[in-house]
Design a binder for this molecule. Structure first.
Ligand SMILES: NC(=O)C1=CN([C@@H]2O[C@H](COP(=O)(O)OP(=O)(O)OC[C@H]3O[C@@H](n4cnc5c(N)ncnc54)[C@H](O)[C@@H]3O)[C@@H](O)[C@H]2O)C=CC1
Ligand SMILES: O=Cc1ccc(S(=O)(=O)O)cc1
Length: 474
C-alpha cells in the first residue's frame, strides 16, 4: 500500500488475492490495510494538508498537468491492468484512461477557481466577503466498474481544491488504485497528499469514523450509500454519494427506430451493463413497441460475448461470477411471475448473454432492483404521459434519456423526469469530468465534476473587515 509517500506491506501481514475476472486466475496478492495502517494513512494526510493547501495555485496546477501527461504516457499499461483486474473490454479500458487524463487537466483548470464573494452590509464601514478553503482530509471509497475513471474523479478534484486524500479502492480492483499512487508519485506529489489503503469494508468504516477525515466521497451501491449517509451524519461529516440506478431510455413514437435501437443497445451492453447509468429499462411508445422489440432483440443477438482482450468483444465477463447468479435469480423470479425472455437469460461463469425481458411488472424483483449486468426490460407505454409515469416509477433517479426529434416533448420530458441527468436524442450513458454529475432519490446525494466538486470539497468562510471603528451601542 502507499502511505506517506512510502510503499509498504500490511502491518498485520494481511494480503488478499486479486483475481482476473476473465480467467478466474489469481494474478496478484495485495496488501490489506490494518487499523494501524489506516490510522497512519489518515495521520499522513492530516499532516500534509497545511502544506498542500498553501502550495501556490500555479505549482499545484503544474503538478496535476504533469500527472496528466504521465497517465497519458502509461496509457497502454493502464489499459492492460484495467482489462486484467476488471474485465473491461477493449473499447472501454483505453477510453477510461483517456477520461482520467482529461479529468486531471480539467481539475488543473479548476485550481484558480474557488471564488469567494463580496457583499454590501448594513453595518457602516464593513467590508464583507466569503472565502473558500479546503476541507482538509477527504476519504474516498471508489468502485470496481471504472476504477481509474471514478477514482480519478474523486482524487483529482479533491487535490485541486487543496485537500489531501486517503483512497480505499474496491476490494476487486486495488491495483488500479495503487497504480494511480505510483504515477502521482512520479509526477512529484508530496508525501501524504495521496495515500492508498486497499482493504475491505472495515477500512471504509475506519475512514468514516475518524474525525480527521472531513468528507467521504463514495461511488457504489445504494445499500452501502445509505449506511455511509447515516454514519457521516452521526460524525457530522460531509458526504457525496454516487449510487445505483435503474435508468430509463424512453423511445417516443416519432423516433428514428434504428437510431433508438443503437442508442439503447449501447446504453445497456457497454461494459456488460456494469455502468451506474445503464439503461436497464427501455420504455417505448405503443406505435413503435413491436418493431422496436424485434430490432432490439436482433441487435442483441449479434453482440459478441467473450474475451475482453479481443477487439470484437462487446460484452466481457462480469467482475465476479456471483453477480451472474444474482442476476439469474432476478430473471427466474421474473419468469416465474410471467415475464418473457426474448433473448439471452443464460451465462457461462461470469459471461452473461445480452438479455432482453418483456412483461415485467412491479411485483418482480427486476422491476426495481439494479442488475449491474447486460440485462434490460422493455416496457410498452400507452402514450407520452404513461411513458413519463413509467420512467419515474422507480426508487432511483440517476440518468435518463429520451429518443425523439419532437422538441416540445423532449423538453417536457426533461422537466418531468425524476433524475439527476437527462439526455435528449441519446442514451443514458454520458460523463464528462467538468460537468455536474449525480442523481436524485436513491441514486445520489451531492454532485461531482468540475465546479460542483470544487464546491463540495471546499468550505465557505465569512470574513468581515471593519474600516475605522464600529459604533457599538454600549
Ligand atoms: N453506482 C455505481 O457506479 C456502482 C454500483 N454498484 C452496485 O453495487 C453492487 C455491489 O457492488 P460492490 O462493489 O460490492 O459495491 P458496494 O457499493 O456494495 O461496496 C462498495 C465499497 O464500500 C465498502 N463498504 C461496504 N460497507 C461499508 C461500510 N459500512 N462502511 C464503509 N465502507 C463500506 C466496500 O468495502 C467497498 O469498497 C453492484 O452489483 C452494483 O449493483 C457497484 C459499483 C459501482
Ligand atoms: O461515458 C461513458 C461512461 C461513463 C462512466 C462510466 S462508469 O459508470 O464510470 O463505469 C461508464 C461509461
Amino acid at each position: 500500500m502507499y502511505i506517506n509517500g512510502r510503499w509498504c506491506l500490511s502491518s498485520a501481514g494481511l494480503v488478499a488475492d486479486d483475481v482476473n475476472p476473465a480467467t478466474g486466475a489469481v494474478f496478484a496478492q495485495v496488501a490489506q490495510a490494518s487499523a494501524e495502517d489506516v490510522n497512519a494513512a489518515i495521520a499522513a494526510a492530516h499532516a500534509a494538508r497545511t502544506g498542500w493547501a498553501a502550495m501556490l495555485a500555479g505549482e499545484r496546477e503544474a503538478l496535476l498537468l504533469r500527472a496528466a501527461d504521465l497517465f497519458a504516457a502509461h496509457r497502454d499499461a493502464l489499459r492492460d491492468l484495467i482489462i486484467q483486474e476488471n474485465g473491461s473490454v477493449w473499447i472501454k479500458a483505453p477510453w477510461e484512461v483517456d477520461y482520467a487524463v482529461d479529468c486531471l487537466r480539467s481539475a488543473a483548470g479548476c485550481i484558480r477557481q474557488p471564488h469567494g464573494e463580496t457583499f454590501p452590509t448594513t453595518t457602516p464601514g464593513v467590508v464583507s466577503m466569503t472565502i473558500r478553503q479546503p476541507l482538509g482530509v477527504i476519504g474516498g471509497i471508489s468502485p470496481f466498474n471504472s476504477p481509474l475513471l471514478l477514482g480519478m474523479k474523486k482524487v483529482a478534484f479533491a487535490l485541486a481544491a487543496g485537500n489531501t486524500f486517503v483512497l480505499k479502492p474496491s476490494e476487486l480492483t486495488p491495483l488500479v488504485g495503487l497504480k494511480m499512487a505510483e504515477i502521482f508519485e512520479q509526477a512529484g506529489l508530496p508525501p501524504g497528499v495521496l495515500n492508498v489503503v486497499p482493504g475491505d469494508a472495515e477500512v471504509g468504516r475506519l475512514l468514516v469514523s475518524d474525525e480527521r477525515v472531513r468528507m467521504i466521497t463514495f461511488t457504489g451501491s445504494s445499500k452501502v450509500g445509505r449506511v455511509l449517509a447515516a454514519e457521516c451524519g452521526r460524525h457530522f461529516k460531509r458526504v457525496c454519494l454516487e449510487m445505483g440506478g435503474k435508468s430509463p431510455t424512453v423511445v417516443l413514437q416519432d423516433a428514428d427506430l434504428d437510431y433508438a435501437v443503437d442508442a439503447a443497445a449501447f446504453g445497456i451492453f457497454f461494459h456488460q451493463g456494469q455502468v451506474c447509468m445503464s439503461n436497464s429499462r427501455i420504455i417505448v411508445e405503443k406505435p413503435l413497441y413491436e418493431a422496436f422489440c424485434e430490432k432490439f432483440v436482433a441487435k442483441a443477438r449479434t453482440i459478441r460475448v467473450g474475451d475482453p482482450r479481443s477487439p470484437e468483444t462487446v460484452v466481457g465477463p462480469l467482475v465476479r461470477e456471483s453477480q451472474a447468479h444474482f442476476i439469474m435469480g432476478q430473471i427466474e423470479d421474473a419468469v416465474g411471475q410471467g415475464a418473457s425472455v426474448l433473448t439471452g437469460g443464460t451465462h457461462e461463469g461470469p459471461y452473461f448473454q445480452p438479455t432482453v425481458l418483456t412483461g415485467v411488472t412491479p411485483a418482480m424483483r427486476i422491476y426495481g432492483e439494479e442488475s449491474f449486468g447486460p440485462v434490460t426490460s422493455i416496457y410498452c407505454a400507452d402514450d407520452f404521459d404513461h411513458a413519463v409515469h413509467l420512467a419515474n416509477d422507480t426508487s432511483f433517479g440517476l440518468s435518463s434519456a429520451v429518443v425523439t426529434n419532437d422538441l416540445q416533448r423532449a423538453f417536457e420530458f426533461a422537466h418531468r423526469v425524476e433524475s439527476g441527468m437527462v439526455h435528449i436524442n441519446d442514451t443514458t450513458i454520458a460523463d464528462e469530468p467538468h460537468i455536474t454529475f449525480g442523481g436524485v432519490k436513491n441514486s445520489g446525494l451531492g454532485r461531482e465534476g468540475g465546479e460542483a466538486s470544487m464546491h463540495e470539497m471546499t468550505e465557505v468562510k465569512w470574513v468581515t473587515f471593519q474600516l475605522g471603528k464600529r459604533q457599538f451601542p454600549f
